[in-house]
Design a binder for this molecule. Structure first.
Ligand code: UD1
Ligand code: CA
Length: 480
């Protein structure tokens, strides 16, 4: 029953996504559709928009085929992949996809390089296509700068006549600001017929999918151009500058959504949040902050400024200032930073504190424990209520292997202690400042592991005579 309901939402029988192009204008060794925006590849965004409206999915791949197919097998395992060995144009790509299917009904064609497209826009487009009883529909948009796009040529009555590419357009056609978004719906049989008639008589010597519109119209069937009202959705990415433009639009969209759901974003222009990140209401995000991957932030947390979190779970009321964290958990009310580096496998329990210039990896800091200053903690378990003195180093690496350190509850590790792992500090124990601890310290003991101090009286007066130190010492009453 549930799946039937979903299927009713899927008004399109087959969606063809074109992703075989070289992406030459990107000047990249990475396939164009594999470049990322807001934590997802360009093609992933396109599939997110298309999948909810289409029963079947075919994706045409070619350039950088191995990498693109490997990615698609992860994000769209049930899609059919069609190989376009020779890139003979968008029309050729669609011919191959059609040759590979016997589906009848409606087909949606979308370019794999328009990541801002929304499912809701596709639904409106489908609705218009059905209402107008169209056989071939193209989604258009009016752009402030239409350069590079196919232009929509309409007749005196406003009906679409054909689409002309930038490179084939004359001066008058170049002035047209209504463009082809590269999103179409066809009756699949009409598309099949028309696509057989495509020729490569154009400046690029390719089969243009855009020509099927005039071919179908020429055969007396209904062809329509439907204008979308948000042109930003239909922007295609051909080069790095367009990649940055689209990323900026996506950033604004994501930030707007969070702000509407109660997140305070102080400077949306410098706040970059992946589409995969979850943030609760009443979180505050300060400028220059980037949140990536599966990061999830609970209410009343304060993040930033200039903080980067990747796959980090932040509990309620935690504060992370000017820091970087990856694959970590930050407990409720915990505080981090400024200037700390929280590496994978770190778990900070509730109300713990990690202060300035602290690096932590693969370690647990217990409830209410503090690592306030200039410290490295690696491969350690620290209990609750413990304080790690400034400039403590957990010496976890013997040059070959990593070893564990265990520090109990309510321990006081003196400043500048070296805890040479493997080593255990018992509950309630102390270490003396400056100690190099190589043996376990039992509960309640103090570990002292440093040279005993001796003072050589008058040394400065004898060996540094004539210096300001000597003078100061004499003024303080020091004598030989
Ligand atoms: C295309 C349209 C143009 C439209 C624009 C919208 C044509 C001829 N032109 O131009 O009217 O305004 O999209 O963004 O269709 N591809 C293949 N196989 C190929 C060639 C391309 O799969 O042989 C794929 C590309 O990977 C890309 C999509 O088709 O995802 C569009 O190709 P692209 O070269 O970017 O076309 P545009 O010049 O942008
Ligand atoms: Ca394009």
């Amino acid at each position: 029953m549930a799946s039937q309901q979903v299927d009713q939402q899927k008004g399109i029988d087959l969606a063809i996504v074109l992703a075989a192009g070289e992406g030459t204008r990107m000047k990249s060794s990475l396939a164009k559709v594999l470049h990322t925006i807001a934590g997802k590849t360009i093609i992933h965004h396109v599939l997110d928009a298309v999948t909810p409206v289409a029963k079947e999915l075919s994706i045409v791949v070619g350039a950088h085929r191995e990498a693109v197919e490997a990615h698609l097998s992860e994000i769209a395992p049930s899609a059919k992949l069609v190989h376009q060995a020779e890139r003979n144009g968008t029309g050729h790509a669609v011919q191959l996809a059609l040759a590979d299917t016997s589906i009848s009904g409606s087909v949606l064609v979308v370019a794999g390089d328009t990541p801002l497209l929304r499912t809701s826009t596709l639904r409106e487009f489908i609705e218009a296509h059905v209402e107008l009883e169209s056989v071939a529909s193209v989604l258009t948009a009016v752009l402030p700068d239409p350069f590079g796009y196919g232009r929509i040529v309409r007749d005196e009555l406003g009906a679409i006549v054909r689409i002309v590419e930038e490179r084939d357009a004359d001066d008058d056609q170049k002035l047209i600001d209504e463009i082809n978004t590269g999103v179409y719906i066809f009756d699949i049989d009409a598309l099949r017929d028309a696509s057989k008639k495509l020729t490569a008589e154009n400046s690029q010597g390719e089969l243009y999918l855009t020509d099927v519109i005039s071919l179908i119209k020429g055969s007396g069937k209904v062809s329509v151009a439907i204008q979308s009202n948000d042109f930003t959705e239909t922007l295609g990415i051909n080069d790095r500058s367009q990649l940055a433009d689209c990323a900026g639009i996506m950033r604004d969209r994501i930030n707007d959504e969070h702000m509407r759901s109660g997140v305070s974003i102080i400077d949306p222009l410098t706040t970059w949040i992946d589409s995969t990140v979850q943030i609760s209401a009443d979180v505050t995000i300060l400028p220059g902050t980037a949140l990536h991957g599966s990061t999830k932030i609970a209410s009343e947390a304060l993040i930033g400024p200039r903080t980067t979190l990747t796959n980090v779970k932040v509990a309620q009321g935690a504060v992370i200032i000017e820091s970087r964290a990856t694959d970590a958990e930050i407990g409720a009310g915990a505080s981090v930073g400024p200037f700390s580096f929280i590496r994978p496998g770190t778990h900070l329990a509730a109300n713990s504190k990690v202060g300035a210039y602290v690096e932590i990896k693969s370690s647990t800091i217990g409830e209410g424990s503090k690592v306030p200053h200039l410290t490295y903690v690696g491969d350690a378990t620290i209990g609750k209520g413990t304080n790690i003195g400034a400039a403590t180093i957990f010496v976890n690496y013997d040059g070959v292997e990593k070893h564990q350190t265990v520090v109990g509850d309510h321990v006081r590790v003196g400043s500048d202690t070296m805890l040479v792992a493997p080593v255990t500090i018992g509950d309630g124990a102390y270490t003396a400042a400056g100690s190099i601890i190589t043996e376990d310290v039992p509960a309640g003991a103090i570990g002292v592991a440093r040279a005993k101090q001796r003072n050589v009286l008058g040394w400065v007066l004898r060996r540094r005579s004539g210096t300001k130190s000597e003078q100061a010492a004499r003024e303080a009453g020091a004598t030989d």
